[in-house]
Design a protein around this ligand. Structure first.
Ligand SMILES: Nc1ncnc2c1ncn2[C@@H]1O[C@H](COP(=O)(O)OP(=O)(O)O)[C@@H](O)[C@H]1O
Ligand SMILES: [Mg+2]
Length: 269
């Protein structure tokens, strides 16, 4: 199967040549295959968000290549990449227009697919949005005229998931998108995430601090440390992996104390 995303030896150093110099990505190579749902773990500062920023084009990388669906996007601007990449953040306020209604927000996201200019929501689209919202099972299909800003964090993340997949992106990037939610809501949003990824078959990368969820969801788990991918497991190896073994592997590969990592990897449950 052809890779959806290919990262070839990506390097990124911030504040080069100053006392604050920080090598955030240190030679990252990765092939994301069609249908991959990759969970990403690693302690704070490992370079996980920077990796997503590099993929989205938030800054030019120092070295390496980024190929999306066979196309070299290494030098493509971030807004052009945004057509093909859906992204969610920890903060539910990001990525939606709070003063616009649920329906209008969805219409705006849908415009990206149809390449049309947004004026008003038409009946046909509205019916489609209602159908998608109903699948969330949060009752939002009856609140389509409600301003997004009035929704709870979990509801917003659920709608954001729909919005970022409605235009058929090639890749979905989730950066700890449930970390700011209470445990029960986080669980629900994770279930919705799995459901949407399965339905849309979007190649997905999900950063999480919940090491248990990292092993339970998706088909592949990557561990990062100091700007590098130090572990990439799937198949039988992953199916047999326990949280304890993964933590042990982390301390072996990163040569860091497990005592600290237990805190850094604290589960959300
Ligand atoms: N825009 C930036 N400018 C300077 N340093 C940055 C920037 N983004 C990230 N960093 C640094 O790069 C390292 C990796 O950060 P990040 O990717 O956010 O880690 P993670 O998401 O794994 O917690 C950290 O040391 C962080 O301070
Ligand atoms: Mg981060």
């Amino acid at each position: 199967m052809a890779a959806v995303l290919q990262l070839k030896e990506i390097y990124k150093t911030f504040h080069k040549g100053t006392v604050n110099e920080k090598r955030a990505l240190n030679g990252v190579s990765l092939d994301v295959e069609k249908g991959d749902f990759i969970t990403i773990i690693g302690s704070n500062g490992a370079g996980k968000s920077t990796l997503f920023n590099a993929i989205c084009g938030s800054f030019p990388i120092d070295q390496g290549k980024i190929i999306l669906d066979g196309r070299d996007i290494t030098r493509l601007s971030d807004y052009k990449r945004a057509y093909d990449i859906g992204r969610l953040f920890q903060d539910p306020m990001k990525g939606t227009a709070p003063h616009m209604t649920i329906e209008e927000n969805m219409a705006l996201a849908y415009c990206r697919k149809t390449s049309s200019t947004f004026f008003a929501v038409n009946k046909k689209d509205s019916a489609y949005f209602r159908e998608l919202l109903a699948q969330l099972d949060l009752g939002l299909e009856d609140r389509m005229k409600t301003k997004i800003g009035l929704l709870s964090g979990g509801q917003r993340q659920a709608v954001s998931l729909l919005m970022s997949t409605i235009s058929d992106p090639k890749l979905l990037l989730l950066d700890e998108h449930t970390a700011a939610l209470d445990p029960a809501t986080a669980k629900k949003v994770l279930a919705i995430t799995v459901d949407i990824v399965e339905k849309t078959q979007t190649a997905t990368m999900m950063i999480t601090h919940d090491i248990r969820a990292a092993l339970e969801l998706g088909n592949r788990t990557i561990m990062m440390d100091e700007g590098k991918i130090i572990l990439d497991i799937k198949g039988e190896e992953r199916a047999n992996m326990t949280v304890e073994n993964l933590l042990a592997l982390y301390s072996k590969e990163s040569k860091k104390q497990l005592a600290n990592d237990r805190i850094l990897f604290s589960t959300q449950k």
